[in-house]
Write a protein that binds this ligand. Structure first.
Ligand code: MLT
Length: 338
């Protein structure tokens, strides 16, 4: 590729570039765009702020990045497409919205696999996480460079306290457009409503749907307490929300910038784990003060767990890369294989 072509390609990929080129290679300062699905104060926002701060520091001020909150740059799933074709630089989004583009990451969304923050950190930071990073580059044209840890996705609704699967019947629940989550609710006896995240608040407000599930940090940041009254502490998915970079944009950076991006992503990941551990209890408390009623599922969630794992796990062995893949994860977590 000639230098001129290279310049043209880089320009079409990244907004706000200031060039300074030598004959040997191209260097440029960039103001990257980062799409963020959630609003201010969310775990995604915390990770994003730390990433921007660290990127600026690690590139000695040469590179910066701007966060676009609340899905301003499109629905979370749309941002994966945009990053894949290089019209968007970075996005922070829930893992369940990456799964349709790279099914093996579904292993992190299988119900009741990840059971704590420590397990989420261990899996994402270890060999399994590295494999999934490689798979998303291969399948989706995006590279995961950081992980947000957001906590268990609890069920909220505007109708009634839900403790049992019987209580759940008749409640219209919004889910992401994610087959694993759709099938989990089917295993629990209802037909959920798949819907983009960016449309969810309005749908709850207008009563198009009665409920949804997301972690406490997200419920508070998105002000769902204004349109939802009841919370059930189900623990079916521990929410992990990757920071992705367009592989095309990443490959267009010189080595020093790639290093700064990767290190900034790692520093932001570490910050995210601390933020969750330090803030979740207080946020839960705030939601109670704002009028939400929190209940636990009956009988230690037994019937929810049995129905979901029995019906959903076998159905997705193939898409997550085989039953062996799940067994490897279960072994790493010290659990019985299936
Ligand atoms: C979803 O429910 O689509 C996502 O979990 C929302 C989010 O990114 O917080």
């Amino acid at each position: 590729m000639t230098h001129n072509n290279k310049y043209a390609k880089v320009l079409s990929l990244t907004a706000g570039l200031i060039f300074s080129a030598t004959a040997a290679n191209v260097t440029y300062a960039a103001n990257f765009k980062v799409a963020v699905g959630d609003g201010g104060g969310s775990a995604q926002h915390e990770l994003g702020k730390k990433f921007v701060e660290e990127l600026e520091k690690r590139s000695s001020g040469k590179h910066s990045a701007k966060l676009f909150l609340n899905g301003q740059l499109g629905s979370e799933q749309d941002t994966v497409n945009d990053a894949a074709i290089g019209t968007l630089d970075f996005s922070i989004l829930a893992i369940n919205n990456v799964t349709p583009f790279s099914p093996t990451v579904g292993v992190f969304s299988l119900p009741y696999v990840i059971q704590s923050l420590d397990e989420a950190v261990m899996l994402t930071q270890g060999e399994v996480g590295k494999e999934l990073v490689a798979n998303t580059v291969r399948d989706a044209g995006v590279r995961i460079i950081g992980w947000t840890y957001t906590g268990f996705r609890v069920l909220t609704n505007s109708k009634r306290p839900i403790r049992t699967l019987e209580d759940l019947q008749g409640v219209v629940v919004r889910v992401p457009k994610n087959e694993i989550m759709i099938d989990t609710y089917k295993a629990w006896g209802i037909n959920p409503t798949p819907m983009a995240w960016s449309e969810t608040f309005t749908a709850l407000q207008q009563g198009v749907v009665d409920g949804q599930d997301n972690p406490y940090l997200t419920v508070a940041a998105m002000k769902f307490d204004e349109v939802q009254k009841y919370v059930t502490n189900i623990r079916y998915i521990f929410s992990i929300e990757p920071l992705i970079v367009s592989e095309a944009v990443f490959q267009d950076q010189n080595k020093a910038t790639q290093k700064a991006i990767l290190e900034a992503g790692q520093a932001a990941t570490e910050h995210s784990a601390k933020f969750l551990a330090e803030s979740e209890t207080a946020i839960k408390e705030t939601l109670t003060q704002r009028g939400m009623e929190i209940v636990d599922p009956a009988n230690g969630e037994k019937e929810w767990i049995e129905k979901a794992t029995q019906a959903v796990w076998p159905k997705f062995y193939e898409s997550i890369g085989g039953k062996d893949k799940l067994n490897r994860v279960l072994r790493l977590l010290g659990r019985n294989e299936v």
